[in-house]
Design a protein around this ligand. Structure first.
Ligand SMILES: Cc1cc2nc3c(=O)[nH]c(=O)nc-3n(C[C@H](O)[C@H](O)[C@H](O)COP(=O)(O)OP(=O)(O)OC[C@H]3O[C@@H](n4cnc5c(N)ncnc54)[C@H](O)[C@@H]3O)c2cc1C
Length: 402
């Protein structure tokens, strides 16, 4: 016997839960089911990220990322205040570590201004007031609206809210395939009026089952972190380098967690299978062959400078090297304090198979039966509330296209 519902959401990450919340707010009588293959929420990206509420100055003004980061940042600030979830309003410094970086800083300021983001030029003296340990030469960018949160605490809060509002969260249930909107899972079949795919690292595969995502594949990039056991006096704010804006990664940085722990990371190391967090855990031979096949092809053709990216990132398995990169951004660092490896995360990054480029922006495809949220990479956590509200707007307006 199949179970029926108005809306079936695949994936209980931040995107799936915020979609369920938004749909329920607009249609309180609708029957909504979220299927999640893990025993609980926050098992993947949504529970394994840096917890940074980004301000919104990295993204070009024409992007979905730019459209939702500022509003998303404000929305999570309100949510955390309302529900007494800890938030660290420690801001962010973006600093140049060599002469070439100043052009990148100028571009970030231009993007920030276009996106209406509070972002200030500061000199060495002002920077020393924010964090005397930050190694600022000449000038840096100060983002007062960047904060950090505990993403796992937010996920559990969202889960509780949804359960209380009558949304059905079904765990240990994996999407297998779909025929029209009859979805086969490891836990029976579901007949849904609308299927929304928010399956993170498997979103491309779920989309293909509905005939979407023909031109893209997922390329997993692993983010490793190393952290202190307790707050240390040397780091008072988030300190970031100037990223290579051709890639969707922000470079190794210092993050201060919501409880004041300093973290260094994340890396962007090409992973070998989708949930390749460590060792042979969750190893899948078919994924290894597919992912490594793409990585080998990109390495050979050196598309988007993949060869130097991969070689540089692999060096970061060496924690001495990783800490050394972060150390360039401060005057002094007690390297021994960074002794704990923290849970890694893996980015659900899409590759365009036609152009062999990494996709920069979020992608939403679908029709009146199914909608697919693809490339929900950073800052999708920050963007989740307004981004999912926009997706529901698009569904209601019938304007989502393949
Ligand atoms: C290292 C790292 C650092 C980051 N830092 C930040 C940051 O500081 N700020 C920020 O805004 N963003 C950050 N991000 C990005 C952010 O974490 C993600 O964009 C966001 O969590 C994506 O949410 P999601 O719901 O799409 O994916 P997920 O959290 O991965 O959720 C998808 C869910 O779908 C489930 N699923 C998959 N396949 C199936 C299936 N077949 N059947 C049923 N369920 C399935 C999975 O188990 C998973 O729970 C970071 C990401 C990484 C990896």
């Amino acid at each position: 016997m199949s179970k029926s519902c108005d809306v079936l959401i695949v994936g209980g990450g931040v995107i799936g839960l915020c979609l369920a919340k938004e749909w329920h707010n607009r249609h309180p009588k609708a029957s909504i089911i979220v299927i999640e293959k893990e025993p609980d929420v926050a098992a993947h990206s949504s529970g394994r990220n840096s917890g940074v509420l980004h301000a919104g100055f990295y993204y070009t003004a024409d992007s979905l990322k730019a459209a939702f980061t500022r509003e998303g940042n404000l929305a999570w600030h309100r949510f955390c205040e309302q529900h007494h979830i800890p938030i660290n309003r420690c801001g962010k410094l973006v600093i140049a570590t060599n002469e070439d970086d100043y052009q990148g800083l100028d571009e970030l300021k231009r993007r920030g201004d276009r996106n209406g983001i509070p972002l200030e030029w500061i000199n060495e003296k002002d920077a020393a007031e924010i964090d005397p340990n930050a190694r600022v030469i000449d000038r840096a960018l100060w983002s007062p609206s960047t904060s950090t949160v505990d993403p796992v605490a937010i996920m559990h809060h969202l889960k509780q809210q949804l359960i209380e509002s009558g949304v059905n969260l079904v765990f240990n249930t994996r999407f297998i395939c779909s025929k029209k909107n009859c979805v086969r899972t490891t836990n029976g079949t579901y007949d849904a009026g609308l299927v929304i795919n928010a399956a993170g690292l498997y979103a491309d595969k779920v989309a293909r089952s509905f005939g979407f995502c023909a031109h893209h594949t997922l390329l997993p990039f692993k983010g490793l972190y190393i952290k202190t056991a307790a707050p240390i006096p040397g780091i008072r704010t988030n300190i970031y380098p100037v990223p290579n804006l051709k890639n969707p990664f922000l470079g190794v940085h210092f993050t201060l967690t919501s409880d004041g722990i300093a973290k260094i990371g994340p890396t962007a190391i090409p992973a070998f299978w989708r949930e390749n967090y460590g060792g042979l855990n969750r190893f899948k031979l078919n994924e290894l062959l597919e992912v490594v096949g793409w990585e080998a092809a990109l390495f050979a053709s050196n598309a988007f400078n993949f060869r130097s990216l991969a070689l540089e990132e692999i060096k970061k398995y060496n924690t001495h090297y990783l800490i050394g990169l972060a150390a360039k951004m401060v005057h002094k660092l007690d390297r021994r304090a960074f002794s704990i490896t923290s849970k890694p995360g893996i980015r659900a990054q899409l590759l365009d198979k036609r152009t062999k480029e990494l996709v920069q922006d979020f992608v939403v495809q679908g029709d009146s039966n199914s909608v697919h949220v693809l490339n929900a990479v950073s800052p999708a956590f920050t963007c989740a509330l307004p981004f999912t509200a926009w997706i529901v707007d698009q569904i209601e307006a019938g304007s989502i296209a393949s």
